[in-house]
Structure formats: C-alpha cells, structure tokens
Write a protein that binds this ligand. Structure first.
Ligand code: FES
Ligand code: FE
Length: 362
C-alpha cells in the first residue's frame, strides 16, 4: 500500500495508546480482517475500528474502498460524511475523495483551481467475499495469509445464513481458541448441544503454513443436525449415530470453520471470523450452513447459534489474562489442548509476543 514498508507504515499508523504491543500490532495488520458485512456498506460510508484505528468503508465506482477514518484536512471523521456522486464527502468542509482516496473537490476553492496530488486518504486494500468486506491494513503485497477458503459456502447445494454479528469484550485469539476447543463443549454447551461426552476423542491435527485442521470421528445425534433449540415442554428423542465426522479448519489468525457430517453425507457447517477491534474487543462474524433441508428456513439454526454464542461469551469474556499468553508456562495445558498449543506457537512464529517479554516456545 502506498509503496511503503511494513515498518514505515507501522511508524505512521500504530495508534497512540493501543494496548497491542507495536510488533503484535504490525503482525496483525498484515492479515486480512473482516471490517463490515457487505450489506452495511450501501450508499453511506460505514465507520468501524480495526486494531485500534478508525476505518471508513465506502462504495465508489462499483468497488469497495477502505481508508483511515480521519480527514487529512482537519481531522474530521469521514464516516460521518456522505456519498456524493460516488465520492466520499467529508462532513466538515466538504472535501471529496474518490474510490482510490484521491481528493476530487475542494468546495472552498474555485472549481478550476488545481488540487494538489498529495491530498489523498490513507487507503487500505479490500476484498469483498462471503458477504464480508475484508481489509488488510498493510496491503495485499504484505499479507501473511490469504483469506480463509470458505468456498463451500458458495456451492449450489449449500444453504447458508448469517448469524447477527456481536461485539464482545474479548481478545480475538481467546475467541479463536474457544471455537476450536473441544473439551469445553460438555460444560459450556450442555443446554444447546445436549449431552456431550466429557472425554475428548484423540483428534488428528495437521498444521500447514497458514492453516490448521483438526479432525475426529465420534458419536452424534440428529439434534446436532437439527441445530434447533428444544422448545419449552418438548421432549425430543434424537436418532443416535455411532460415527459422525467432526472437521475443524482454521486460517490464521482468526478464521475458523467446523463441518459436521453424518454417515448419510448430511453436513452442517459453522463459519466464524473475528474482527480484532482492540486487544479486548472483538466483533464476531458467523455463518451457519447446511447441505440438506434446502427448502426449510434457516431461522432455527441462527437462533441456535445465537444461544451458543451466549454460552461461550459468559465464560470467555471474564477470562484472564485478556490476551492469550504465548509463553507456555503461563497457563496449564492438558492433552485436549494440542490445538491451542500449536496455535500459540504459530502466533509466536508469525512474530507476535516479541516485545512484551514473552518467551517464544519452540
Ligand atoms: Fe475534512 Fe476539512 S476536515 S474537509
Ligand atoms: Fe463454544
């Protein structure tokens, strides 16, 4: 972006007072993060916060753009402005910027007065995919990982629905670990999932350059595939299966998916990605999908996922320390934690935890 190196951009953009260390911030700024749902960015600019910096997302000339949400003239918040003729107009003195951030109009000057070429916004690379607008602060050329491969969501035989986004007072890595943690299910999700065995099956774990996958086969029931809450007074007698496939796919730093497949090939999937707003604030983007019951509404699944979120949130929001400790000595580990141990190790390898006096595990 703008031909600057990651170090130069970090010096310019690293936000004053951020609770991210400078190297953690610079590392995370090299990944793609969700910044908005597609529908949130229509004919008005959309303001959000990513890694403690204000970002404005807007549509111009058929493409989606993102920029620092600070007008370079006198610092006004651009997302409080409006779109005029495909240009983002600042609410303060009406300067306008096109989709590439270039200033196209200064109302206080004569219309034919030249506009200096340096008058432009600090823009960020964007990609619109899976109903989400993704932003990479450091630019695609500095990306540390591609977008997650959620192409299954786009297949014809898949029906999907968005779960309403939620903003939690939680660190993004804590949430990612929670999604991929199998041993909490029996305790946190007793109400939604029903009886889940305490003992965690011996899952396989594969670690690739930017992704991880863990997988196991276990029992399951038709309630898993119904994914609907038991109504008051309802007695449900689920059909029980011996063998259900549970496959978790993860893309660094915060994108997870879980695919549960029964012996007949029915598959229900949950996709989850986190916008790191600050060290302790995250916005959760979640989709639910299935390849069966195509003609039925997805309301039950969405309602179910909202309830699942509530259960997780109660437990992980108060967890301390706020960040995920990268020094393995800082928390106890059990065998079921192999995924999170590998996750933390990999975050260290990406360069996180280097300037906060944490030991880098090997
Ligand atoms: Fe934006 Fe002046 S601050 S136009
Ligand atoms: Fe959970």
């Amino acid at each position: 972006m703008n031909g600057k190196t990651v170090t130069e951009l970090t010096d310019v953009l690293y936000p004053f007072g951020s609770a991210f260390s400078k190297t953690d911030w610079a590392t995370l700024a090299c990944f793609w993060h969700p910044a908005a749902e597609s529908e949130e960015v229509a004919n008005k600019p959309f303001g959000t916060v990513l890694l403690d910096i204000r970002v404005v997302v807007y549509r111009s000339g058929g493409k989606v753009s993102a920029a620092l949400d600070i007008c370079p003239h006198r610092g006004a918040q651009l997302s409080n402005g409006e779109m005029v003729d495909g240009n983002l107009q600042c609410p303060y003195h009406g300067l306008r910027y096109d989709g590439s951030g270039v200033c196209t109009r200064i109302p206080a000057q004569k219309p034919d007065a030249p506009i200096p070429s340096h008058m432009r916004l600090t823009t960020f690379d964007t990609v619109e995919r899976f109903g989400i607008i993704w932003v990479n602060i450091m630019g695609a050329e500095n990306q540390l990982a591609p977008l997650p491969d959620w192409s299954l969501l786009e297949e014809n035989n898949t029906q999907s629905a968005r779960v309403p986004t939620e903003t939690w007072n939680v660190n993004a890595a804590r949430h990612a670990e929670n999604f991929n943690d199998i041993s909490h299910l029996a305790f946190v999700h007793e109400t939604t999932f029903g009886d889940v065995p305490y003992e965690v099956p011996d899952y396989s774990l594969e670690i690739e350059e930017n992704t991880m996958r863990h997988y196991y086969v276990d029992g399951g029931s038709s309630m898993t595939f119904d994914r609907r809450l038991t109504r008051k007074g309802e007695r449900r007698v689920p059909e029980v299966y011996d063998k259900v496939d549970y496959e978790y796919r993860f893309t660094f730093p915060f994108a997870s998916s879980l695919h549960i497949t029964d012996p007949d090939g029915r598959c229900v999937s949950i996709y989850d990605v986190i916008q790191p707003i600050s060290v302790k604030k995250s916005r959760i983007f979640k989709h639910s999908a299935r390849n069966y019951n195509q003609d039925q509404p997805m309301d039950d699944l969405v309602e179910f996922e909202v309830e699942v979120n509530k259960e997780d949130r109660e437990v992980i929001e108060p967890a301390l320390p706020v960040h995920v400790p990268l020094d393995p000595k800082e928390e106890y580990h059990i065998r079921a934690d192999r995924w999170s141990i590998a996750y933390r190790r990999k975050l260290s390898k990406y360069g996180m935890g280097l300037d906060v006096d944490r030991v880098v595990p090997d």
